[in-house]
Design a protein around this ligand. Structure first.
Ligand code: AMP
Length: 118
């Protein structure tokens, strides 16, 4: 697993098992784990097993991985019974709060979520 990883990336290190994580879901394409600083009762990060920095760096060949991250988020939401209302979020760039430069989908749910987000 995780052939296409970056040696210094924290999420690649999680994929390689060098940093512990609370696994929620895994398949051929993605790995999902509990966010260390949760912002909602469910706050799961879904990451592709291939390293790329984020949405603006993604290439056409990454389309399946990005889609699989979202499908995995939907599956986790089903399993957690939060389908009444949840949110999937990609923070893109530091100005939007991106702090880890390995694409990740935040799955947030289990509480009411206001709109627009901050
Ligand atoms: P972002 O700010 O969109 O780049 O999101 C990065 C997320 O990664 C934040 O919500 C952090 O709490 C989370 N995070 C950082 N390090 C870890 C870690 N070792 N395990 C789990 N979540 C982490």
């Amino acid at each position: 697993m995780a052939n296409d990883t970056d040696s210094s990336c924290i999420f690649c290190r999680i994929l390689r098992g060098e940093i512990p994580s609370k696994k929620v879901y895994e398949d051929e394409y993605v790995y999902a784990f509990e966010d260390i600083d949760p912002k909602a009762p469910t706050h799961v990060l879904v990451i592709p097993k291939k390293h790329f920095a984020g949405l603006k760096e993604a290439q056409a060949e990454d389309a399946e991985a990005i889609g699989r991250c979202h499908l995995a988020a939907a599956e986790i939401a089903r399993r957690r019974n939060i389908e009444h209302g949840y949110r999937t979020v990609l923070n893109v760039g530091p100005g939007a709060g991106q702090s880890v430069f390995h694409l990740h989908v935040h799955l947030l749910g289990g509480r009411s979520l206001s709109w627009p987000p901050g």
